[in-house]
Design a protein. Sequence first.
Lengths: 409, 291
Amino acid sequence: MTINKLRLGAAALALTAATAQADTVRVTVAEYSSLTGPYFEDAAAAFEEANPGTDIQIEVVPWDVMLQKLTTDISAGANADLSIIGTRWLVDFVDEGIAAPLDDFMDDEFTGRFIDVFLSPSVFDGQTFGLPIAASARAMYYNADLFEQAGLESAPDTWEELVEAARAIDALGDDIAGFGMQGAQIETDVYFYYAFWAFGGELVQEDGTSGLNTEAGIQAAQLYLDLLNEGLTQEGVTSMTREDVQNLFKEGRVGMMITAPFLATQIRNEVPDLNFGVAAIPAGPDGDRGTYGVTDSIIMFENSQNKDTAWAFLDFIFTTEWRARFTGGEGFLPVQTAVAAMPEFADDPVLAEFAALLPEARFAPVIAGWEEIAERTSVALQTIYLGQGDIEEPLTAAAADINPILGAN
Amino acid sequence: MRRYDAILPYLLLAPGLFLAAMIILMPLWQLSVLSFSDVNRFGVPRGLTGWDNYARIFADPDFYRAFWRTVVWTVGIVGGTILVAFPVALILNEDFAGRGVARVIVMLPWAMSLTMMAIVWRWALSGESGMLNSALIWAGVIERNVQWLAHGQTAFPMQIMIGILVSVPFTVTIFLGGLASIPDDLYEAARLESASAWQCFAELTWPLMRPFVNIAVVLNTIYVFNSFPIIWVTTQGGPANSTDILVTYLYRLGFRIGRMGEAAALSLLMFLFLLALTAVYVALATRKGRA
């Protein structure tokens, strides 16, 4: 009995030793939806089958704690070999020498798979440090039924028209808001940039200082505050996260809101009867408009012991088949030419609307410490939305905090 | 022989002390090093900088606001908890039909994780579909939905209330233990001397319960001062930092903004503050107890 147990133990030990010797690649992935984990597990299984002796270990982490997990892992030297990160964080990873350049692995065929605009945010000084795993842009969703009830014929093309449309829709009922406005948590600043860019604002001006307290910033904030004060938004704006506003939109209680392509996927799955349309983000008085382009990158860590296998796995998940499955399942924009050309993406009216906006897309500026800038901006905006003072003062205070981060004074 | 007796307790304590030192002193030492270093966003130190990190914290107006809010938060919850838990414990200590069930109901929230509690409350406090608004409208207390979490003035009191609710079970447990330790014959003797119920409480129950109240105050202060989930889950310290307490400020400083050196300095300061507070309170409490 005891001897048997011992033998078993020895066998188990031998087994563990064998796994440790195998080609193990750990991958930290962000959880975009309930499909993300199964997708990467499937991809890992398919890769292991095609490459005997390899072992791909997937760790799924919710977005909220992603940066915290990476920070603690890296400081302890316990990070994975590959990880998904927000591309806006990439510059910090590159500056600290944490992300490995991928150019030695990439050939022309590989680079050629990507749509250029999505690959370029991950390139620093001619070196590629990340591959775009997910891409999205923002556009305006409108509730077509509410528009019809309010006697509106088309989606507003300018912010002025948007205010008019919001008035007409808001008058439909107490429970219905004209314009859905986000005022809490992550991307509160981004929701403001849509109007800010339309008024001709620039996040970082030519002289390197923050453009927050310029004329454009004040006008955009004034516009949002007016919408709020006139009661054309939903109530409790400063407690409403993007998901909260999306939920109201799905309930048919919001006339218009600006968000990413994945809302269309959610609507199709959860409330297929909701009659909605997608249009460009409204333009400002001079015809300026801007959508926010976002990519998430998958990076390889400089301290990875197994770069070749890690790269092989990257090469594998960036094949058309696996890309198409990921992009379709999560409701992102295709980042590869071949995927974008597939009928299921090319003929999708919602994706077409988003794709049309891409030439005007602005990506988060590549600045070390971008998260802090976003944080300061959001707090200033919340202060304005709460009506705790005038508009210029919080924006100026935020700009004063932001300038040192930008390296300007 | 006698010398052996003198060292024996220390010998027996040594392994435990060693473990505790590894768990408590090692991180403390590392934190101190970080707090005096220039640390990058990923927690890797790049050389010593002296008191820079501390100076930057003391120069941040958000720090002072968060500090005073933490004082209100801690005093509010610990005080509120004692006020609620004491009568509850007195009632549960009486003999009545269904006492067992009542005890279970009071203790039940203790079995739930704090984060889960906070998530449930976030839903309940939602301005659009929250249970609290529905209930209050149904009861005729309010006429339209209140956006509880949209303003610090409504969100923070609600968070303190949640804090009180989740601290009550633990505190009641301490108090029930205390009440059980008071011998019944004391009350019998008092009643023979025709003492009123109030006199019994003021002259017997309260003084004899003092040590237990002290324990409840100290332990709750330590838990509440550093309590993260309630505020983070409901508002993340917003809107416009109006519900930020030190520990949420610390989290944002470290993991959102990426100023690890300052975060290390702040957590050391918080540790020292709590240590001093507890030491002073325990000293005061024991002195009063002797007098």
